[in-house]
Design a protein around this ligand. Sequence first.
Ligand code: ATP
Ligand code: MG
Length: 156
Amino acid sequence: VPINLYKFCQEIIEEFTIVEGSIHEFVFTCESQTTDAVMDERLLHYILGNILSNAVKYSPEGGRIQLHLQCDSLTGIATFEIQDQGIGIPEIDYSKLFESFYRASNVKLTQGNGLGLVIVKKSIEAHNGQISFTSQVGVGTKFTVNLPLNPIIFNE
Ligand code: ATP
Ligand code: MG
């Protein structure tokens, strides 16, 4: 069953606004006209929810957290960008960030197991997708997730 990614993103941002909206500002943007995709809704919620939760956890009060969706019908790829204005990730930690139990050197008092991103990455790759990030310490972090809009066509 195809899902509407625009509606899906709107809803997850709404959900985060209700729970965390007094501390952070959540924004959703999208310019794509068609956003239908064949995806496991629960798994997508898990993936984006995890990345958004990290954005919340590693951002100071008042930080803006933006989810941007782009669906490219030519390449058949949906791109999700999650941008925050948080603590950022030190360059020295980049190469180990997707390893189990690894947490960057600047996480200080926040709690975590260092497993969220490991499971997120595995889930994305199981769908023939990719995850990457860019970051600047003290400025913010952007995670980019690419997923095929239709894995059935993709696999043929
Ligand atoms: P948990 O397993 O509970 O999710 P965690 O948040 O520490 O614990 P991951 O979600 O796997 O683990 O993230 C790994 C590390 O990547 C974090 O400990 C943190 O150092 C860094 N990180 C992830 N997202 C961000 C972000 N948005 N801003 C800054 N650092 C981040
Ligand atoms: Mg986490």
